[in-house]
Design a binder for this molecule. Structure first.
Ligand code: PGA
Length: 252
């Protein structure tokens, strides 16, 4: 498998500038240039320039948690463009996180527009998909994930997935301490890869698919041992340096 493991930390709306600095200082000492996995940090927008500076000379990558759905510049009060994210050192951006979908009304169409805006600016989008507990219990997991992935594949084209990452995050596992079993996650990861493979087998084979939802040091190894799980998108555990480094070492 040529897909290099990616361990991404999504800080969400957490931490202060001082706490962020301490976290980054500890992490950068724990990640060496030759590591066989990539670590990515996604702090809140306003901390991006500071985190970029603290990461000088480190192989740790920088990303944002969200992006405007409009390319270019314009009268979009409160929004941040892909080019601005590039300016402050981002190479990745999360799009379609379930919190954006559920709490801020982001539709599949908005998520697809953000995905395309990210790529237009030269950023690697991390497209998040996943079902709620209700949907899982109703046997709709595949249907929901298929709809969420297809919305972007149909809009951006399958070729766009040569420069994108997918994250499967079952909503019921996010922040709940209830991780999907490696088998449950693998089943959906294989389904997503199969969907992409039906359109382009080469792109599907190279596509990194991360798992997210209560990832911690103790469960990383068993999750990443699965054939189609290529890394983790980590929320809560990315705020504790020791725990996040444990996850990273389990992947590297
Ligand atoms: P969690 O969050 O690791 O705290 O479950 C994951 C995420 O929302 O990306």
């Amino acid at each position: 498998m040529t897909r290099k493991p990616l361990i991404a930390g999504n800080w969400k709306m957490n931490g202060s500038l001082g706490e962020s600095r301490q976290l980054v200082e500890t992490l950068r000492h724990g990640v060496s240039a030759g590591a066989s996995a990539t670590m990515l940090l996604c702090p809140p927008y306003v901390y991006l320039p500071a985190v970029r500076d603290w990461l000088q000379g480190s192989p740790i990558a920088l990303g944002a948690q969200d992006i405007a759905d409009k390319p270019g510049t314009g009268a979009y009060t409160g929004e941040v463009s892909g080019q601005m994210l590039r300016d402050v050192g981002c190479t990745y951006v999360i799009v379609g996180h379930s919190e954006r979908r559920a709490l801020y009304g982001e539709t599949d169409a908005v998520v697809a527009a953000k995905f395309k805006a990210a790529q237009a600016a030269g950023l690697l989008p991390i497209l998040c998909v996943g079902e709620t507990l209700e949907q899982r219990e109703a046997g709709e997991t595949r249907k929901v994930v298929e709809r969420q992935v297809a919305a972007v594949v149909d809009s951006a084209g399958v070729a766009a997935f040569a420069k994108a990452i997918v994250a499967y995050e079952p909503v019921w596992a996010i922040g709940t301490g209830r991780t999907a079993t490696p088998e449950q996650a693998q089943e959906v990861h294989a389904f997503i890869r199969g969907m992409v493979a039906a359109r382009d087998a080469t792109i599907a084979a190279g596509l990194s698919i991360l798992y997210g939802g209560s990832v911690k040091g103790a469960n990383t190894r068993s999750l990443l041992a699965m054939a189609d799980i290529d890394g983790g998108l980590v929320g809560g555990a990315s705020l504790a340096a020791a725990e996040f480094l444990e996850i990273f070492r389990a992947a590297a």
